[in-house]
Structure formats: C-alpha cells, structure tokens
Ligand binder design. Sequence first.
Ligand code: MN
Length: 253
Amino acid sequence: MTTDRTLIGLVDAHCHVDLFPDPAALVADAERSGIHTIAVTNAPSVFRHTQALCKDCRYVHAAIGLHPQLVRTHGRELEEFWPCLEETRFVGEIGLDNVTNDPKDRKAQRDIFARILERSASQGGKILTIHSRRAAADVLAAIGADFPGTTILHWFSGSATELRCAVASGCHFSVNPAMIHSKTGRALIAMMPKARVLTETDGPFVQIGSRAAIPNDVTGVVEHLASIWQLSWDAAKETVEANFTRILSSPRR
Ligand code: MN
C-alpha cells in the first residue's frame, strides 16, 4: 500500500520512541525517512536519554514530559523538569487523565499540569503534546483561551462541544491509527478544521495488528484524512506537513 509513496514530510507528532526495544534504531529510521517526529517522554528522569538520541536530528525532536498517570509515582521529579524545559521547545507527554477517581491523584495531576503550563507560557513558543482522557473540559480550562505557544491535543476523545471549544482556544489535534478505527474517533476527526490536524502513532501504545505502531504507520492515517478531505494522498500529506511546519516556524516567544 505504501511502498510507492515517499515518507519524507510525514508527521508523527506523538511517539514514545524510548519505549521501543531499540530506540536508537527507531530514531535513525525516522530521521533517515524524513518523518517529523515528536519523541515524547513520560518522566523527567528519562528525558536525557531521548534528548541524546535526538541530538543531531533534524526531524526527530525530544520532548520533556511528565505523564498524568505517573504523577503519583514520579511527581517528585518535577524539579528535574525545569532545567530540561529550558533546553527544548517540545513538551509532552503532559496533561490530565480522569480515569482515576482518587481526588488526591486528580488534584496532584491538576497542580503539576498547571505548573508546567505556567512555566511553558512564561518561556513562550513551546509546542505541547497533551493527554486529555476523560478530562477534555479540565484540560481546556487549564490551557485557557490565549495560551502563548502551540497546544496539540493528542488522541482527543472528548465531546463535540469540547472539540469546538478546543478549536476556539486555538488547539491542534494529532490523530492516530486507533482513532480511525473507531466510529467516535472518525466522527471527531471529521469535525476538526483541516488546518489544525496533525498525525501521530502514539507507538508503542497503539498497535497495528499485533505489532506496535511506528512512525511510518501515519501513512494509513493520511489515507483516511485524504478520503474525508477529498484530497489525493499526497495533498493530504502536504496539508499535514504544512500544519506542522507552520507550528515550527511560529514565534519562539
Ligand atoms: Mn502517549
């Protein structure tokens, strides 16, 4: 399906490269293919490893993150977050996850997310990839209407109303192979303004058949976008790349 298509310029805006068996090989592959990749991390203590892997990359960018579901176990690493934040424009995975019903956990998540947003805003021009499972309204309230930077809602699964609110707040959306296989995911994608859409894999969490999704697998997402936008595959790919390039060239503060 994809063998005759060039991978150069594809976008994987949310990939956990450090959770694959051979992160260095995955980074080298994405770089060689020319796939714009945001290499998210889940805790400050593992950021330096990914940062080193991406050091000489033009296409693969290391992001400093603290995953909401790890706040309980890794929240005390927040002090390590700040020096890393000075060294990269890319932030993630961060956000809120309301699958937990524990009020203490939810409060800790909200506090940490708010502090990361605040520091990112004060430095300006950051590019954030944000988790919002069962928490879209809370995430949008935390981001606010005029966030000075780029906010990308990764694997958005909120309501149609929340999606419209996210659009009004200037958010982008990164969509993945799992979303195009779900009816609600497809309905949300169809509502997203074309100029706000990016692609992602969320590998290795998203699977293609029985294997973890890798950056090349955004080809299938582009195929879906091409069909709903009624564009050729190449034109859909170019649209997504243009969206990403616009983000990269946005003011740094
Ligand atoms: Mn993720």
